[in-house]
Design a protein around this ligand. Structure first.
Ligand code: NAD
Length: 489
């Protein structure tokens, strides 16, 4: 082990906590390949200690009046605003996002804190007086206890913020295990919450990998698990945590389609495809990774998309002026390159080859230019799998019915978009498509915090989604009280 390389801390009981784990991973800047730190992988015993700290903090936090809890959230929101650029810098350094994308993602996370600031209203139950003679009924929503969040590498601040602000505002304690590939932003998020006045132990962060996840899922004090990540791990967490009697929401992978109708606005549709398919190097669960062109729109639209994709500038966040940042790691870049080979073997036409993109060979980080496969069929592996990189698959359909069939036959159902000038086509699409988040002339239809992030089918395991009304219901249990009072006679 190189002693000069710093080790990343966890955050427990209101302070940074070093780990003694003998196991660790390397944290590299994806834009340069430089080694930044070692990330210790918490042992089971360490995870259990972190959960115990949260369990001890829970009763006091649960009994803190909701308006007092919200005041701390208001202060937290202010601190997040003041530290937005620093948080974005952590994201750029560890995840590689270009500054605009990193800052935008923190802003979307802050919107969830704003939503959670209204918990005094959101957590209200209902009452009915005199349901029977002299009998009143009231429902209350109570926090669960210790909740755990397990999050992916692609949004180091925003995805954790979909979860813990709502859970904590509801009166729960929360243990976050961020992705071991991006540990820094979560640590700062926890420090700022403590600075805002959150009592020690209410929000703990534990750095770790699979072993830490297993320890959280099996710990009897953890009442609810929120997972966000790839489909196979989402399925495992959903099954294991459910079997252990916990409440679970597991947000999984995606293959999102954009349907381009013959009457779509070509320039606006091409812009939306570029932003959605290649933004964040395609490492977004709401990225458009498949375009379905309907009828004669195919050629003129693809020409515009290809021209725009060719013009995208690759570069590291620190250098500025870049449109497309790196992939998260060398191994992930290799995996995406293998998919490009697979696509060629399967007979798809590589209309744009990101391996030869201008600048790709001059950069030391994990860069890859945008690739476009045309003539893709739904049977191909490059279409069925989530590639999670800047690779776009294009499928042709004769009409709207065929396009809807293609989208509905895919196993994922996270997000989708239709681009058209026809209200009828848009309405048919939103009604018939089996996908949970739909954009009409909107390329990345991510709902704002007061709605829920509503993936369907293979993109979600569970019942209640993240944030919005579902988020409040997920992190609270309903109690119904029937009361009768006897008079003196
Ligand atoms: P991942 O599944 O590899 O990791 C997610 C989390 O699970 C991490 O904290 C990781 O430490 C842990 N983990 C990894 N392997 C594990 C295992 N075998 N057992 C237990 N825990 C394990 O996902 P990732 O590569 O970090 O993120 C990319 C994926 O996340 C993509 O599939 C993307 O679509 C998905 N994602 C989905 C959403 C959504 O809202 N549906 C949002 C963001 C990302």
């Amino acid at each position: 082990m190189q002693l000069s390389v710093p080790r990343v801390d966890s955050f427990v009981d209101g302070v940074r906590a070093p780990s003694n784990s003998p196991r660790y991973g390397e944290l590299r800047n994806p834009g340069t390949g430089d080694l930044l730190a070692h990330v210790p992988f918490a042992t089971r015993a360490e995870v259990d200690e972190v959960v115990a700290s949260s369990a001890a903090a829970f009763p006091g936090w649960r009994d803190t009046p909701v308006v007092e809890r919200c005041r701390i959230l208001f202060r937290y929101k202010q601190l997040l605003e003041e530290n937005l650029e620093e948080l974005a810098d952590w994201i750029s350094r560890e995840n590689g996002k270009i500054p605009e994308e990193a800052q935008g993602s923190v802003r979307r996370g802050i919107e969830v804190v704003e939503f959670a600031c209204g918990m005094s209203t959101l957590i209200q139950g209902s009452t009915v007086e005199n349901v029977s003679r002299g009998l009143d009924c009231a429902s209350f929503r109570q926090p669960l206890g210790v909740c755990a969040g397990i999050t992916p590498f692609n949004f180091p601040a925003m995805v954790p913020m979909w979860l813990y602000p709502v859970a904590i505002a509801c009166g729960n304690a929360f243990v976050l295990k961020p992705s071991e590939k991006v540990p820094g932003a979560a640590l700062r998020l926890a420090e700022l919450f403590a600075e805002a006045g959150l009592p020690p132990g209410v929000f703990n962060v534990v750095q770790g990998d699979r072993e830490a996840v297993e320890a959280l899922v099996e710990n009897v004090s953890v009442r609810a698990v929120s997972f966000v990540g790839s489909a196979p791990v989402a399925r495992y967490v959903y099954e294991a945590a459910s079997m252990a009697g916990k409440r679970v929401q597991a947000l999984a992978g995606a293959k999102n389609h954009l349907v381009a109708m013959p009457d779509c606005n070509l320039d606006k549709t091409a812009d939306a495809i570029i932003g959605s398919a290649f933004g964040s190097a395609g490492e977004r669960c709401m990225a458009i990774s498949a375009v379905v062109t309907v009828g004669e729109v195919h050629e003129p639209l693809m020409e515009k998309v290809k021209d725009r994709a060719e013009a995208l500038q690759l570069g590291a966040a620190a250098d500025g002026g870049s449109d497309l940042g790196p992939l998260i790691s060398g191994p992930h870049r290799e995996r995406v390159l293998e998919y490009i080979e697979t696509g060629l073997d399967e007979g798809a036409r590589l209309a744009l080859d990101g391996r030869c993109h201008s600048g790709v060979d001059d950069l030391s980080g994990y860069f890859l230019g945008p690739s476009i496969f045309d003539g893709v069929s739904p049977k191909m592996k490059i279409y069925q799998d989530e590639i999670f990189g800047p690779v776009l698959c294009v499928i042709q359909a004769e009409d709207l019915d065929e396009a809807i069939e293609v989208v509905n036959a895919n196993r994922f159902g996270n997000g989708t978009a239709i681009f058209t000038e026809s209200g009828w086509a848009a309405r048919e699409y939103q009604n018939r498509v089996q996908v949970g988040m739909v954009g009409i002339n909107v390329g990345v239809p991510v709902p704002l915090a007061f709605f829920s992030f509503s993936g369907w089918r293979g993109s979600f395991f569970g019942d209640l989604h993240a944030h919005g009304r579902d988020g409040v219901n997920f992190y609270t249990e309903q109690k119904v009280v029937s009361s009768r009072w006897f008079g003196s006679d």
